[in-house]
Design a protein around this ligand. Structure first.
Ligand code: TUI
Length: 314
């Protein structure tokens, strides 16, 4: 397979990014994905600068291949973490949940390739103007913090609007999804949910089991009222949240209901009180595999589909 413009640009083997999942994507997972030929990404999430520096240094010990750091722009530590990635000169920075423009100069001067996650054409254009190397167009099928548009609607519109490469994210879990993303004009894909169950992913076994048992309608979105919708597996937490979301509860109390619930899912595996972030394709994730097996199956599956598509255009 032609490895494509993104893999060439970043010096990786396959056009597959591992999503920068907060509390989940650590140095071990990121290094395993990069070793397997994709782009592993350490999630800064809400962690402080010391944690991120330690994880970056650990990943450098575990792999000589390029890897990235995802900066969650709503984090209270975003400014400090932005500085750390510049000092450590990581290959790639992806950003999520906001507008990264105030950090672009710092990162570009450090020689970092900046690839923001964008939920709209407007944000994609802004990222391009600020010097982004590419953008990740993420549809609302994704787990975690989501935008309004679906991947099917967002990706081709972003591809038409910018001259930098587009990476598709949201609702992609197998070769069919990879092939579909390429058909929409994307040059690479970002995958989150399928990597949750990777052998090298250190989340609680209950979290992995929940993903494997999930069906097509297993996820729900909470947090719309506060302006940061989040997709996770339906459970007692999502039901309780939904029950009060549109009552006269204050914003502060609503915030408090969700506070710390991702940590409770990832570390404690608390099935009732945890917030188990997951994309809508959890129903397609049925077995635990290594990162290398996941990437191989994505690529070989896509090749098979793309080859077979010829019958529709002849
Ligand atoms: O960031 C994500 N996914 C996430 S972040 C996260 S931690 C969190 N927990 C609770 C509340 C909020 C965050 C869990 N999952 N994906 C990338 C992403 N970025 N999706 C959507 C966006 C986005 C949204 C708005 C990017 C830019 C944007 O710009 C708005 C503006 O104008 O600033």
């Amino acid at each position: 397979m032609n490895k494509g413009i993104i893999a060439e640009m970043l010096g990786i083997d396959y056009p597959v990014f591992q999503g920068g999942m907060a509390w989940i994507a650590d140095a071990k997972l990121a290094a395993a994905v990069s070793e397997a030929g994709g782009l592993g990404i350490i999630a800064a999430g809400n962690a402080d600068a010391d944690y991120v520096r330690e994880q970056v240094r650990k990943a450098k010990e575990l792999t000589d291949k390029p890897f990235g750091v995802n900066i969650m722009l709503l984090s209270p530590f975003a400014d400090d973490v932005a500085q750390v990635v510049a000092e450590e000169k990581v290959s790639v920075v992806t950003t999520g949940a906001g507008n990264p423009s105030k950090y672009m100069k710092l990162w570009l001067e450090a020689g970092i390739k900046v690839i923001p996650v964008v939920p709209s054409v407007a944000m994609a254009k802004l990222a391009e103007r600020c010097g982004a190397a590419a953008v990740i167009a993420e549809g609302g099928e994704s787990g975690g913090h989501i935008g309004e548009l679906t991947t099917m609607a967002l990706v081709p519109q972003v591809c038409d609007a910018v001259n930098i490469p587009v990476i598709a994210a949201g609702g992609i879990a197998d070769g069919r999804g990879v092939a579909a993303a390429f058909a929409l004009g994307a040059k690479a894909v970002q995958i989150g949910t399928r990597f949750l169950v990777a052998e090298e992913c250190g989340i609680h076994e209950n979290y992995k089991d929940k993903i494997i048992k999930a069906g097509d309608t297993a996820t729900a979105v909470t947090g719309r009222r506060l302006g940061h919708p989040v997709r996770s597996i339906r459970n007692q937490f999502t039901r309780q949240y939904a029950k009060v979301e549109y009552t006269d509860i204050s914003d502060e109390e609503l915030e408090k209901l969700a506070e710390g619930k991702l940590r409770v899912a990832v570390q404690d595996g608390d099935e009732k009180n945890g917030c188990f972030l997951s994309g809508q394709i959890a129903g397609m994730v049925t077995k635990k595999e290594t990162c290398s097996e996941i990437i191989s199956s994505l690529i070989s599956g896509a090749e098979e589909i793309i080859g077979g598509l010829e019958i529709w255009v002849k």
